[in-house]
Design a binder for this molecule. Structure first.
Ligand code: 5GP
Length: 214
């Protein structure tokens, strides 16, 4: 578990609102800093347009996924909106052993399972800077109908419920700054946790107001 600087690879879990821009920040951190590895999950959901096998996910049938569970090939898995998602064990263990910081971009049930198995894992909850900004991102390019936008908002409200279990909140205002802050959290061993639960609760309340007003 030692890397070239003599420190251990860390396991870093990133969860948070859909619309927080997690994927973009993950790409920035991998491109900007050495010593990170991004775990690619297995899922039983169908590929979306533009997604590639082995890049976004390893796409499996439910049967294949259940075999991976039975063979203990996953560090954690969860069912989310009717599909399985899970983290392949071998990659994570291998990269940690090489001294890499391994990032898992997973939802909360998985995050809690990781914390049990790896108590030293860092749990990070990512959010846009404000409710207004999140709503703008959830509305996307104006191509989705109102029902889809509302269901995304409901999902974001659910996602906010678990923020208390995370070690840090991380605000994604600008991608590069956010990647830098994430890197600082990972490399800072002082464990001065920065957690703005009020911000998340305020965003949640803003979303709830809109959803209830529908
Ligand atoms: P999507 O279908 O939008 O790609 O992902 C849905 C949710 O599943 C996201 O919140 C994502 O973070 C989560 N997810 C992706 N991979 C994994 C995984 O390996 N394990 C768990 N528990 N959640 C995952």
């Amino acid at each position: 578990m030692q890397n070239s600087t003599g420190t251990k690879g860390k396991l870093v879990v990133v969860s948070g609102f859909s619309g927080a821009g997690k994927g973009t920040v993950m790409k920035a951190i991998i491109d900007t800093y050495d010593n990170y590895a991004l775990s690619i999950s297995a899922t039983s959901r169908k590929p979306r347009e533009g997604e590639e096998e082995g890049r976004e996910y390893f796409f499996k049938t439910r049967e294949e996924f259940e075999k991976m569970i039975a063979d203990n090939m996953l560090v954690e898995y969860a069912e989310y909106v009717g599909n399985y998602y899970g983290t392949p064990r071998e990659y994570v263990e291998q990269k940690l052993a090489e001294g890499k910081n391994v990032i898992l971009e997973i939802e909360i049930q998985g995050a809690m399972k990781i914390k049990k198995q790896y108590p030293e894992a860092l749990l990070i909850f990512m959010t846009p800077p404000s409710g207004e900004e999140l709503i703008r991102r959830l509305k996307g390019r104006g191509t989705e109908d109102n029902a889809t936008i509302m269901s995304r908002m409901r999902r974001a409200i659910e996602e906010a419920e678990g923020v208390g279990s995370y070690d840090y909140t991380l605000i994604n205002d600008e991608v590069d700054k956010c990647a830098e802050r994430l890197h600082n959290i990972v490399t800072d061993d002082t464990k001065t946790y920065n957690k703005d639960v009020d911000l998340i609760n305020n965003i949640k309340a803003e979303l709830a107001q809109i959803v209830e007003g529908e």
